[in-house]
Ligand binder design. Structure first.
Ligand code: PLP
Length: 455
């Protein structure tokens, strides 16, 4: 017996609590319930088609229902669905670890699996903390993060998060972190150069006075995602990495959003030849199919844990589904497809196409800034363009644009007043054209015609 839309909608309202969602708003309208996907389209229960304009929260690579990926899972399913990595291995987890090391920035040679970006980040910060303890330098125990950073929603990741709306309420239960200014060129009176100078000077000053108590700096390399797709000035990441090295502080690159081709390189760190001490990947690792994340470490970090058991240097951390064979098998298949289809090079061509199309919006009165790195794009809407005056959050302009886009056949989610366009890496130019047309229409309808305004 199949369940009707009406039945599911009622069950949804009765029982499902959605992430990052005010349920009072959600329950006020009929829920969107996705039934299937094909290519870069998602279809709801009523058969309506939507472009996946945000890659199902920034993770889809090859589209949905991809035969090669489906097959990889089916084949692995015929062998074993799950077996633990605690003290033993499984075939695809070993193969994936080896593959990740081959494509990662130089020096990252060890892979620790988990199942979400946030858990990958927890692992990185715990590893960094314990690394210094294992080396007999316990004083190096604090962390540096960047203003407006987002690293996931577990308590450690929230401690090094710096988005007031998401994080402030939890402050009393978090460990404190040093917060550096993030170089946001659009919001800095000195522009790109001034923003970068401020960040680097702050980092140097902090390290000068506090390096002996800092374990690591964590950064979203090149693009700070959840704060509004804010692209770093060129060279900034490389300089930051140099300062960390100079002052003996570990560098953790959180590539959860930027990894696997999204920024036009396999990893954002590659854009500036940066080799971090620890790197976290997730999201696109499985092509957007299954929850697998990984924390990569250098030999030096790993060696600090490698000792006789009695020395108690073991990394006591793990998750039930760590290194899940189905997830690792589909990750391997996705990475193979990426190579066969030259996805990363393709991103650069497609990014140039998107930039040309989006440039038509740059002169629009309420389009403040169009930020892009590869196929990570954010359009910041402002009330007053010359003064860069933001809309009040209560006007919900980002939400309204995304609601209108959905009506017009494309799914995406805003970040405050920033409209996000993060299409699957496999989307064609024709598909991008159609999506950008929807996006532009939605922005015009809300900005010019007041679509969705209350009252
Ligand atoms: N780190 C970054 C940079 C992210 O953008 C995200 C999610 O958007 C995370 C970590 C958390 O990943 P997950 O949602 O898989 O826990």
């Amino acid at each position: 017996m199949t369940t009707s839309y009406e039945q599911l909608a009622a069950m949804n309202k009765a029982h499902l609590w959605h992430p990052f969602t005010q349920m009072k708003d959600y329950n006020a309208s009929d829920p969107l319930i996705i039934e299937r996907g094909e290519g870069i389209m998602l279809y709801d229960m009523q058969g309506r088609a939507y472009y996946d304009g945000f890659s199902s929260v920034w993770l889809n690579v090859h589209g949905h229902n991809v035969p090669e990926l489906n097959q990889a899972i089916a084949e692995q399913l015929g062998r074993v669905a799950h077996s633990t990595l605690l003290g033993m291995a499984n075939v695809p987890a070993v193969q994936l670890a080896e593959k990740l090391v081959r494509i990662a920035p130089e020096g990252l040679t060890k892979v620790f699996f988990s199942d979400a970006g946030a858990t990958g980040v927890e692992i990185a910060i715990k590893m960094a903390f314990q690394y210094w303890r294992n080396r007999g330098i316990p004083g190096k125990s604090s962390f540096i993060t960047m203003n407006q950073a987002y690293h996931g929603d577990t308590i450690g990741a929230v401690s090094i998060g710096a988005i007031p709306l998401y994080h402030d309420i939890f402050r009393p239960m978090l460990f404190p972190a040093h917060v550096l200014p993030y170089p946001n060129a659009y919001r800095h009176e000195g522009g790109s150069a001034g923003a970068m100078e401020e960040t680097l000077a702050s980092l140097r000053a902090l390290l000068e006075s506090r390096a002996d108590e800092v374990a690591a700096l964590i950064v979203e390399p090149i693009v700070q995602g959840a704060s509004g797709i804010i692209v770093m000035p060129p060279g900034c990441l490389r300089e930051m990495a140099g300062l960390c090295r100079e002052y003996g502080v570990l560098l953790i690159a959180d590539e959860v959003a930027t990894g696997f081709g999204r920024t036009g390189a396999m990893f954002a760190c590659d854009l500036e030849d940066v080799s971090p001490d620890l790197m976290v990947v997730g999201k696109g690792l499985t092509g957007g199919y299954l929850p697998v994340a990984a924390t990569l470490a250098t030999e030096e970090v790993y060696d600090a844990f490698y000792a006789d058991y009695a020395e108690q240097k073991t990394f006591f951390h793990g998750h039930s589904y760590t290194g899940n064979p189905l997830g690792c098998a589909v990750a391997l298949a996705s990475l193979k497809l990426m190579e066969e289809r030259d996805i990363v090079q393709g991103v650069n061509k497609k990014a140039a196409f998107a930039a040309r199309r989006l440039s038509a919006l740059a002169d629009w009165p309420h389009v403040g800034d169009i930020r892009q790195q590869g196929l990570m794009i954010g359009i910041e809407l402002v009330r007053e363009k010359a003064a860069r005056e933001p809309y009040d959050w209560a006007e919900r302009v980002g939400v309204r644009v995304c609601q209108r886009a959905r009506e017009l056949g494309m799914l995406t989610r805003p970040l405050g007043n920033v409209v996000v366009f993060i299409p699957p890496l496999a989307s064609t130019e024709a598909e991008q054209e159609a999506m950008i047309h929807i996006l532009a229409t939605a922005i015009r309808d809300v900005m010019e015609f007041g679509w969705g305004r209350e009252g």
